[in-house]
Design a protein around this ligand. Structure first.
Ligand code: SAH
Ligand code: F3S
Length: 482
């Protein structure tokens, strides 16, 4: 292991030396899910080796890359607006600037992008980032360039990400790519392709490297982390054909969590996202076994109605979901649970909506992300169902569950009042430069006076006050983790 770290260090100093000679400037920004932000760090790493340094200033950029999201129509509109902004900067102040579109919109729209948006020179899908050097050579010669080929193997496990806009404390580590679930509303299986898992050894090496560089918390990332399965590479569905040795040495998500927790016993470990149909109890048991795995599960359910769950091709019922939550709470009583919900899916009736409300009342999530249904071209829902719920009804249902969630978040936050919580300090509080802001293992934001503590410290905080989603308190000392 020593040797690998040494080699990594050598690799690192090599990159730093190359950086000195880097002259071209890259402006890169990301929209959408955490996976996009993580992918941009891979792209920055690839381009560092191509003579680029990152810049925050559009006006001096030689290359502008926007990592895009297709999950809802609104996300795509946001990107279109950004392209207008780049257009204006290019026209008025930076004519040499080239513009590339990365990620899910690139994959969804392909050559259409080059036709529709004259400003775009480069279109690169989520599995084609290693081809960027060749594509940029094309662009340098004045031609538009595109690669949107999806892969069954690419995991970028061999690329050490350049951490962008980092607080130096928390980092994302990607463990799977793609999704095989085919929820009928979701564009991800089309834009990110088949599900693949990354070699666990490269994951552990990244976790060790992050710890050695001062990071204190990682989030293992995947569209569907619980279906992680490594047996030497390849698609999960081909596991049936794996050899006996491959089967005996296969690593599933619970094994991977354990490997990470043991590799760095003081590193906080989070993961996202879990799909209820794939979350197994051995994962929950592993969480219970290791103190450094945070007691929080993001467990999107999308709807509380069995009929709608079926239409969505979510492969569990409301009752199975509730049984899973009960089991989680039995094994980890203080486990925070959060949700994603969609209101206004085609054919959703008032009664279906009431089922969502009653499910929320039963579970009382710590927090959640709630959306109105947005029809996505090419998905099964778009092909088979009419988007028949009026926008006003969607908005009314959304407002209702957002308000309910706020009520529940308030309850869950207040439950932690007058207790001692462990906080990892991430940054200065937005509201006060004399306070730190960090999170508890349950993911509750906590602010407290700075005193002599520093970013990256694990601190025990006595909570004295709160808002709906934020705890306020005073530090009473370093936690034993420090
Ligand atoms: N497994 C993924 C989920 C991706 S999408 C993950 O890792 O986060 C994130 C959330 O967006 C989903 O859980 C769903 O609630 C929402 N979403 C996806 N497609 C949508 C659509 N067509 N309209 C509205 N919301 C959508
Ligand atoms: Fe999308 Fe369902 Fe996969 S929400 S990312 S198809 S688990």
């Amino acid at each position: 292991m020593e040797k690998i770290i040494d080699e990594n260090k050598q690799g690192e100093s090599l990159i730093l030396e190359q950086k000195k000679e880097n002259t071209r400037k890259l402006f890169i920004e990301s929209y959408g899910c955490a996976m996009n932000f993580s992918d941009s760090e891979i792209v920055a790493s690839i381009l560092t080796n191509q003579g680029f340094n990152t810049t925050q200033n559009l006006e001096e950029a030689d290359l502008v890359l926007v990592n895009t999201c297709s999950i809802r129509d609104k996300a795509e509109q946001t990107v279109r607006k950004r392209l207008e902004k780049y257009n204006a900067v290019k026209r008025d102040r930076n004519p040499k600037m080239k513009v590339g579109v990365l990620g899910c919109m690139a994959e969804r729209l392909k050559t259409k992008f080059l036709e529709e948006e004259k400003i775009v020179d480069l279109v690169v899908g989520p599995d084609a980032y290693k081809d960027l050097p060749n594509l940029l050579a094309e662009v340098d010669e004045g031609r538009d360039a595109i690669n949107v080929i999806l892969s069954k193997e690419e995991t970028y496990g061999d690329i050490s990400p350049v951490r962008l806009n980092s607080n130096g404390v928390t980092a994302f580590v990607s463990i799977t790519r793609g999704c095989d679930n085919m929820c009928t509303f979701c564009v991800v299986p089309f834009t990110r392709g088949r599900e693949r898992s990354r070699n666990p050894q490269s994951i552990i090496e990244e976790v060790n490297d992050l710890w050695n560089r001062g990071y204190k918390e990682i989030t293992l990332l995947g569209q569907n982390v619980d279906s992680y399965l490594w047996y030497g590479g390849g698609l999960k569905k081909d596991f049936v054909k794996a050899s006996d040795i491959q089967k005996a040495t296969a690593v599933n998500f619970s094994n991977l969590l354990e490997l990470c927790a043991k590799a760095q016993p003081k590193m906080r470990i989070r993961f996202s996202t879990s799909n209820p149909q794939d979350l197994t109890l051995d994962v929950v048991e592993t969480m219970a076994k290791y103190n450094n795995i945070c007691n929080h599960i993001h467990l999107p359910v999308q709807s509380g109605s069995n009929r709608i769950l079926k239409e969505m091709n979510r492969l569990h019922t409301r009752e199975e979901y509730i049984a899973l939550i009960d089991k989680i709470r039995e094994i980890i009583p203080n486990c925070a649970i959060s949700q994603d919900m969609i209101v206004g899916f085609p054919t959703e009736t008032e009664n279906d909506h009431k089922d969502t409300v009653s499910l929320m009342n039963h579970v009382k999530y710590h927090f959640g992300y709630m959306f109105t249904y947005s029809e996505r071209p090419g998905t099964m829902a778009e092909r088979k169902l009419e988007d028949d719920i009026p926008e006003t009804v969607k908005k009314k249902r959304l407002a209702e569950i957002v308000e309910l969630q706020q009520k529940h978040s308030g309850i869950k936050t207040r439950e932690q009042l007058n207790t001692i919580v462990e906080v990892l300090i991430e940054k200065e509080s937005k509201k006060s430069d004399t306070h730190w802001s960090g999170r508890t293992p349950q993911n509750t934001v906590t602010v407290f006076p700075k005193e002599h503590y520093n970013i990256g410290d694990f601190v025990n905080v006595k909570t004295t006050n709160c808002t709906t989603a934020t705890l306020i308190g005073e530090a009473i000392g370093y936690s034993e983790n420090n």
